[in-house]
Ligand binder design. Sequence first.
Ligand code: G3H
Ligand code: 13P
Ligand code: ZN
Length: 325
Amino acid sequence: MIVTTTELFKHAYGKYAIGAYNINNLEQIVGLFRGNLGKSAKNEDPSDASKSAPFIIQISKGARSYTDKRFLEGLIRSAEQVFPEAIFAVHLDHGNEEACYDCIDSGFYSSVMIDASAEEFEKNIEITRRVVDRAHDKGIVVEAELGQLGGVEEDIVASVKLTDPSTAAEFIDRSGCDSLAVAIGTSHGAFKFSGKQGLHFDVLAEIQKAIPANFPLVMHGSSSVPQEWVQRINNAGGQLAGASGVNEAEYLPAAKLGVCKINIDTDGRLVWCAIHREEFLANPQNFDLRPPGKKFMAAYADYIIHKNTVLGSAGQLESVREFLK
Ligand code: G3H
Ligand code: 13P
Ligand code: ZN
C-alpha cells in the first residue's frame, strides 16, 4: 500500500526513524521489499513481523533517467502486487521544479523533495512554495531542504552549510513544506567524516526547539558505510580505502530529536559492489548475471533488516497498519 511520508512520520515521530532507500533497478527493489517484510532469502519466505518495517522508496533524477522512468514505476507496481503486505511511500529524491511537477502529475509518487538548498533563503522559499501549492492540490506532500550537505549530489559538488536553527521556523511557515531536510554534519557518498566527527546534535536540538512541535525532520547522507562491506570490496580488488559513514548508534538519538526519515543510498551500492566483485573474482569463468543477482537480493534484504533494526523501524509494520485504519 502506497501512503504519504507524512502518514508514516506521524507514527514514527520521536520514537524511531523510517528508512528511505534509493533504488535504481529490479534487484534493489526486490531486495528492498523482502528486507522490509523480514523475508531473508525468497519472495515466498514468510514475513517476520518482528522484523517488518514501513519504508520509503526513493527515486533520484539520476535513477529516473538511468533507463526510462516508467520502468521503475512498473517495477514498483509489480512489487506492490507480489508483496501486498508492504506499506511504503514513493518519494522523489532531490528534485528540481521540473522533476517535482512531473512526479506530481504522474499520479504515482506520494511525496516529492524539492531541493532548492543551493539558492538564497528567499529564493528557496519561493521555489518550495510553488511546488508545495501544486503538490498539495493533489494530496502529495513535500520535503524541502535548508542548509547544504557536503559531498557529491547528481554531478554537483556541494560545500557544507549547516542549517541555521534561527531561520528554520520561518522557512517552514512561509514555504508550507511538510518535512525539512537539515544539514547537521552528514554528506552524500562513501567518504563522510575524517577523524572522529559525528552529527551536530547541538544544532539538531536547537532546530527542534525552534520549529512547530512534532514537525518531521529529514537526514540525508546517512549511510553508515559499513567497514565490513568496504573491506570486502577492497579485498576483491576495489579501491575504497578511507571510506567512512555515519555511526549507526547516532540514528536513534537523532530520531528522538525529531528526525523521522533517514536517507540511505551509498550502503546499498556498497553491498551491490561487494557481492558482484566477489562473485566474478571467485568464479572467473562465470558470465551469467543471475548468480550474483540472486546473492545480491538476499544480501540486500538482510542488510535492510539490519538497517531497520538500528533505525528502530523493524517490528513497526503491523502497528503502522493499525494506526492508518
Ligand atoms: O542524494 C543523492 C542520492 O544518493 C542519489 O544519487 O543521484 O546518483 O542517484 P544519484
Ligand atoms: P548516502 O550517500 O549517505 O547514502 O545518502 C543518500 C541520500 O541522502 C539520498 O538523498
Ligand atoms: Zn540526499
